[in-house]
Structures are given as structure tokens and as C-alpha cells.
Design a protein around this ligand. Structure first.
Ligand code: GLV
Length: 335
């Protein structure tokens, strides 16, 4: 029997490509930018592909799925799968895999990096030096809010949010969280780290937190989860950090909030639109009130290798007709 045919929409780390290449006829898009959706459809069609390994930049809907009559599995090199139409995949009996767990530490580390850098104005400080403005040590120069002892509000105490909470142990913070429902098991695990995470309503979290960090998947109820009302409800000294998905925050509302000092500052690793053009209106707040990075929270060398391996294993399991080690369909059904 001939090897199954797969299409990979970008060059992922070798750790994954080598696994896929060993068991399939593998075709990889070698462009630096994502292939157009029409191109993915064309390739799936002409290859009559059995599997698709895609990225979060590839809109993967029913039209894509229908391009090849043989398509058995879609494996995304990401934990988030909002770019894949799971209902359409279920209707067609196509398995979908994703990469949960392996990026939680790395992403939580980055959320902390973003929180610290936004609060303590490191980007602004660096630009200040480069602009040759640094004349002397200053008692009031680039002061920001304390992180130690502050109140951290975590939206979504899942895989990543719970690791963000663990990391508060050294900072003596009050930890609040909100979620669809209380997470007593996670609270218990956190207690082992000396962290007392308290479940509160969204309103209470916004009202009490000095830092608000977002760790929810993008779904209908989380689209514009932070909009004008929420930003007005936050402390005017608050810092907002988003490492989840861009549309969880209403960009226009955030722009207004920064303009009118409804909150102090924001750090975004994800944006809407994404990629964010360098001349987008909201960038006028950089660096004094806004820090922006290009969706790199999971970008450690080790984690990207693990994601590639996991994505490859999901793909190969689907091609063999086995249960996927990490099924996005099961995850979706639990939500
Ligand atoms: C990154 O954002 C991911 O979903 O893996």
C-alpha cells in the first residue's frame, strides 16, 4: 500500500517534520508567509491528501475540508483551534488534533514577562536610552506599579492560567480568578504551591485587580470579553495583559481606554487585527502605555519542538485511523 499523502502548510521544526516524513508522502509549503486559503484548497485537491498539518494562521473551514475526498485528519501546530471549524470537521468525520499542555509553562512564563515589562516599563526604558535622553539617575524616572504584593486577576484558570497562578508564589500576590465555574481541583493544586486562588465574578475581578491577565480560548462568549464596559470597570491604575487571542479584547475600546486613562497600561502578544500593522492607530500608545509583541508567547526552542512532535503524532494517529493523543474535537465537546 502506498504511503498516505499529507500537506503541511509551513515549515515546522524538524522534530515534527522528520516523524511525518518517515511515514507519509509529505508536501510542505515553503513560503515564509502562510499560503492563501485558495492555495491550500488547490493543493489538497491535486494531492487528494489524506492529512493536513496546519497552523493558527490557516482558516480551515468546510470548504478546505471538502477539497480532498480522502481527508481523514487535520492536525494544528497550536493549542488554540479557533481557526478550525470543529463542527464542520465533526460533520465530515474528520479528526482534529491540537497541542495542549506542552506550551503551558512557556506561555505562562511569557505572560509574566509581558506583565513585568509592561508594569516596569522596560521597553520604554530601552527606547529612552537609545534616544540619548538618559542624563542622570532620577527619583521619579520611569516609575511603575509594584508587582509584588499586588492583586492579580486571572481570566481562565485552565492549563496556562493555572501555571500563571503558580508563578505568583514568589511575589506574595493576592490571586483572583474567574472562569465558567469554580475550579476546586486546580485551587487545591495551587495550594500545594502556597497559592490561595479565589474564585470571583468577572465584575469583582475587574474591579479588584491591579493586573488582569487573559487565558481563555477564543469562542463566541469570549469574543470581545474585554470591551468598553470592562475597561471602564477596571482600576485606572490597572495593567491588562493578553496572551490568549486578539479578538478577546476589543481593540477600539482598548485604544479609547488608553487614550482616556481608564487603565494605566496594556501588554499584548496577540492583537486584532493580527498581524498588527506597525502604523495601526493603537501603536501610538507604544511604548508609554502599550507593549506589543508578535504572538510569540509559546516561542521557546524546546516548546516549538514539542509542539511539532505532538502535531506530528496527532496527524499520524489520524492517518492510521487511531484515536488522536490530543483531540481538539474532544476538547471542544467538553467546553
Ligand atoms: C498559540 O497561540 C497556540 O494556540 O498554540
Amino acid at each position: 500500500m502506498s504511503d498516505p499523502v499529507v500537506y503541511v502548510t509551513r515549515e515546522i521544526p524538524d522534530a515534527g517534520l522528520e516523524l511525518v516524513a518517515a511515514e507519509t508522502e509529505m508536501h510542505v509549503w515553503d513560503g515564509k508567509l502562510p499560503p492563501e486559503k485558495d492555495h491550500i484548497i488547490e493543493r489538497l485537491e491535486e494531492l487528494e491528501a489524506d492529512g493536513l498539518l496546519c497552523l493558527l494562521t490557516d482558516e480551515t473551514d468546510g470548504e478546505v475540508m471538502d477539497a480532498s475526498p480522502n481527508l481523514d485528519v487535520i492536525s494544528t501546530f497550536s493549542v488554540g483551534y479557533d481557526h478550525v471549524d470543529i463542527d464542520a470537521a465533526m460533520e465530515r468525520g474528520i479528526a482534529v488534533g491540537h497541542t495542549p499542555g506542552v506550551l503551558s509553562d512557556t506561555t505562562a512564563d511569557f505572560a509574566w514577562a509581558m506583565l513585568m515589562t509592561t508594569a516596569r516599563r522596560t521597553v520604554e526604558g530601552s527606547e529612552y536610552v537609545l534616544a540619548d535622553e538618559w542624563e542622570t539617575w532620577g527619583p521619579k524616572l520611569l516609575t511603575g506599579p509594584d508587582v509584588s504584593g499586588a492583586t492579580l486577576g486571572i481570566v481562565g484558570l485552565g492549563n496556562i492560567g493555572s501555571v500563571v497562578a503558580q508563578r505568583t508564589a514568589g511575589f506574595d500576590m493576592d490571586v483572583l480568578y474567574t472562569d465558567a465555574e469554580p475550579q476546586p481541583d486546580v485551587e487545591e493544586d495551587l495550594a500545594d504551591y502556597g497559592v490561595d486562588a479565589q474564585y470571583v465574578s468577572k465584575d469583582e475581578l475587574l474591579e479588584r485587580s491591579d493586573f488582569v491577565t487573559l487565558h481563555v480560548p477564543l469562542m463566541e462568549p469570549t469574543h470581545h470579553y474585554i470591551s468598553e464596559d470592562e475597561l471602564r470597570a477596571m482600576k485606572d491604575s490597572a495593567v491588562l495583559v493578553n496572551t490568549s487571542r486578539g479578538p478577546v479584547v476589543d481593540t477600539e475600546a482598548l485604544d479609547k481606554a488608553l487614550e482616556n486613562d481608564w487603565i494605566e497600561r496594556a501588554g499584548l502578544d496577540v492583537t486584532d487585527p493580527e498581524p498588527l500593522p506597525g502604523d495601526h492607530e493603537i501603536t501610538r500608545h507604544v511604548p508609554e502605555k502599550l507593549v506589543v509583541t508578535p504572538h510569540i508567547a509559546s516561542a521557546s526552542i524546546q516548546t516549538r519542538d514539542k509542539m511539532a512532535t505532538m502535531a506530528a503524532k496527532n496527524l499520524l494517529a489520524g492517518l492510521r485511523g487511531e484515536e488522536l493523543p490530543n483531540s481538539a474535537v474532544e476538547d471542544w465537546q467538553r467546553k
